[in-house]
Design a protein around this ligand. Structure first.
Ligand SMILES: [Zn+2]
Length: 729
């Protein structure tokens, strides 16, 4: 019987592809009662849980992978039929030869022939049905029990001394070895029932009673020899029943352990992705630790499930609890070490670009101490009265698509109205019912965004090719799209939505068109003011809230103190998290919580902030997922801004930043690297969190844009190589 279980293990092993240590089998087979609480009735050996009982039955009779009858059952059938057919053929031979010698009567011959043919017919018909239909397999125990009972009865009544009483023949006329037949049949009968204790008891006890009573009644001479035979048969049946109980009990325990073990494994499998296989090259130390913790917990669980010693089991349980506690503590840590680019797969130029912009690595001290132009933008004041009547109908119609159209074209709005932020803000004031939520006037609300746009962007930084009002408007439309097309629209409140509006429109306010790295290297005023820490982002936040206190722009003044504090907290966190040098910190923190731990709850303020920060981060690089036309337009704008910085660096004698040299930057290559290493991993985790088909479309477009740059890069490289080859020829 143990073979059946070890076979199951073999199959399991093939499936999982994991080799099992030989000692595991030793432990498994060693078992008797080491699982104290197998949920089985100890007398009937029947699982209390019906599905478990069915599963036990299925695993014995039906193969796990093929949905056919199991190999073990096939072997049992084979041995059962060999025995049954062999015995019946021998019995037939003896009966026929006895009849020829005229030792038995025609009546006896007819009885033997009809019984033998009926048994063989029934047995083979049953075999045919079993091979044809799994339904019959599922009720085979009852059918074989009927066959068993009938065969036993034939063997009892077919014995010459019993049968001759009915046919009034000579009782010592001939001997057919029925008692030996009963003993042999019992063994193959047990096999076919997989030592089912209940079925063996239900068959053998009545058989024993009938055998004893029939022989007592019809044997005329009660010799010691016959008494001895009775006793031997009775002992045989009793030992068979006891043995069946022991074997089935053991099988059930092994089966139950195997089930538990598989549960443990399937839990683990669905639990977490293996970080190392993920399509990402950057992992925080925390993610790696959590991943290792998961691995160790899984190993301990496995060890605990196969070990037999209670004290060792308890120690393993303690170790597992300790490990889980560490895992939970680590996931809550807010400390992220410097990231490493672990993949060999990333181009050296891309590594340099990422190190300069996306990793918090201090820039080299600059030999030149020259200051650049003053980029402090605070304190400007200008009011512009916007006349909404100037809006033409087609623009109004187009604006109504904001938040629903991923490829919303802010360039179009700008071309038609000369504005973007203030036009959108005015539309949203009505659409989001801001008057009621903030209790502010339309004028206050408009004044703020008008100032944001006119003062900061147009007067001071209208020359910025990329970080201008259009970028801010574009970023907000993308956040609005994420919110409208996912569960976020239901789970965040209206004030939160307004926070995303303020943060989206204001997140790059006063941007000088230069990177933090440049500002720090060149010892710019802003870098000095913010101590080199998230220089631009601190400046954006400060400018936004300063602007709110100038003139008739304080549209948040009607909020309660508590509301104001929360709004400010959300806006500051969102904007500060756009610092590219903290990209991997925010990204992996989100990934740890959203994917590895899967415990983000938007009800909690800190989690909500993390989600909204992620929304702004994705929107900030959203152009990479826009239609090819829009994406390429934004790309040329951002590259121009990079090149302007490169020009400035050259003029100051500073080392030119990666991809900032207009003379030798390979744009398709830089874009392919940016989309592949930064954008796609970010959108993948964002999409898997939002679970929205509409947002998944963005990732699809992003991948297409990546293909575009990649193909472009490769075909151009091919042309260059060909050119070189041609030249060398
Ligand atoms: Zn931005």
């Amino acid at each position: 019987m143990n073979r059946s279980i070890s076979k199951m293990y073999d199959e399991d092993q093939e499936l999982s592809g994991q080799a099992r240590h030989p000692s595991e089998y030793a432990i498994l087979k060693h078992d008797n009662n080491e699982i104290p609480f197998v949920p089985v009735d100890p007398n009937l050996l029947f699982f209390n849980d019906k599905t478990m009982q069915n599963r036990y039955f299925e695993i014995l009779y039906i193969g796990q992978t093929t949905n056919e009858i199991s190999k073990e059952f096939r072997y049992n059938l084979l041995s059962f039929y060999i025995y049954l057919t062999g015995f019946m053929v021998i019995a037939l031979g003896i009966v026929v030869s006895l009849f020829e010698d005229q030792k038995i009567s025609t009546n006896q011959l007819v009885f033997h022939l009809s019984c033998i043919f009926f048994i063989l017919f029934y047995a083979y018909f049953l075999l045919f049905c079993i091979l044809k239909s799994l339904r019959v397999v599922r009720i085979n125990r009852i059918l074989y029990m009927a066959l068993g009972v009938f065969t036993y009865l034939y063997m009892i009544f077919g014995a010459t001394q019993v049968l001759s009483t009915f046919t009034e023949d000579d009782k010592n006329s001939g001997h057919i070895p029925m008692t030996a037949g009963i003993v042999g049949f019992t063994y193959s009968y047990r096999r076919i029932l997989f030592d089912s204790y209940r079925h063996i008891v239900l068959t053998l006890i009545p058989v024993l009673i009938i055998y004893l009573s029939i022989n007592l009644i019809y044997s005329e001479i009660l010799t010691y020899c016959i008494i001895g035979e009775f006793a031997a048969i009775a002992l045989f049946v009793i030992t068979q029943i006891i043995e069946t109980h022991v074997v089935e009990n053991r099988t059930i325990q092994l089966f139950y352990r195997m089930e538990r073990e598989q549960d443990t494994f399937s839990d683990d499998e669905t639990h977490k992705p293996n970080i190392e296989n993920e399509n990402s090259y950057f992992h925080s130390v925390i993610e790696l630790i959590i991943n290792k913790c998961d691995f160790i917990i899984k190993e301990i669980k496995y060890a605990a499930s196969v070990i037999i010693f209670k004290d060792v089991k308890n120690r393993l349980k303690n170790a597992q609890n300790e490990m889980s506690a560490i895992r939970n503590k680590v996931s809550k840590l807010d400390y992220f070490e410097t990231f490493e680019i672990t993949s060999q797969d990333i181009d050296e130029d891309d590594k340099e670009f990422i190190s300069q912009n996306y990793l918090n690595i201090s820039p080299f001290p600059n030999k030149s101490s020259r200051m650049t132009k003053d980029t402090n933008t605070e304190g400007q004041k200008c009011l512009f009265i916007f006349n909404s009547k100037l809006l033409i109908q087609e623009v109004v119609d187009y604006i109504s698509k904001v938040g629903f159209e991923w490829n919303f074209n802010v360039f179009y709005i700008n071309e038609k109205t000369g504005r973007s932020i203030s036009v959108l803000a005015l539309y949203l004031y009505k659409k989001l019912n801001i008057e009621e939520i903030l209790c502010c006037s339309e004028q206050e609300f408009f004044n703020y965004f008008d100032s944001l746009e006119k003062v900061i962007y147009m007067q001071m930084y209208k020359v910025n090719p990329y970080h201008n009002a259009l970028h801010a408007a574009e970023v907000f439309t993308s956040i609005h799209y994420f919110i409208n097309n996912s569960e976020l629209s239901k789970s965040i409140n209206k004030l939160d939505t307004i926070c995303t509006l303020i943060a989206g429109f204001g997140h790059d306010v006063g941007h000088p068109g230069l990177t933090n790295r440049y500002l720090i290297q060149s010892r710019d005023k802003i870098a000095i003011q913010y101590n080199d820490i998230s220089v631009l982002e601190n400046m954006h936040c400060s400018t936004m809230f300063t602007l709110m206190s100038i003139g008739n722009t304080n549209f948040l003044s009607h909020l309660s103190d508590d509301e104001w504090v929360i709004c400010r907290k959300i806006i500051l966190a969102m904007v500060l998290d756009t610092d590219l040098s903290r990209h991997f910190e925010v990204f992996t923190k989100f990934r740890t919580r959203a994917s590895v731990m899967n415990d983000l709850s938007i009800e909690k303020i800190d989690d909500k902030i993390l989600i909204l920060s992620m929304a702004l981060k994705c929107a900030d690089i959203g152009h990479s997922a826009k239609s090819p036309e829009l994406h390429q337009r934004w790309t040329s704008m951002v590259m121009e801004e990079f090149f302007n910085q490169g020009d400035l660096e050259k003029s100051l004698g500073l080392p030119v930043s990666m991809y900032c040299d207009r003379n030798n930057t390979d744009i398709p290559k830089s874009q392919a690297g940016f989309l592949r290493n930064i954008c796609i991993p970010l959108y993948e985790i964002w999409c898997s969190f939002l679970k929205s088909q509409q947002v998944d479309l963005c990732l699809g477009q992003l991948r297409e844009n990546y293909q575009y740059w990649d193909q472009n890069m490769k075909s151009r490289m091919f042309t260059q190589v060909k050119k070189l080859q041609d030249e060398s020829l």
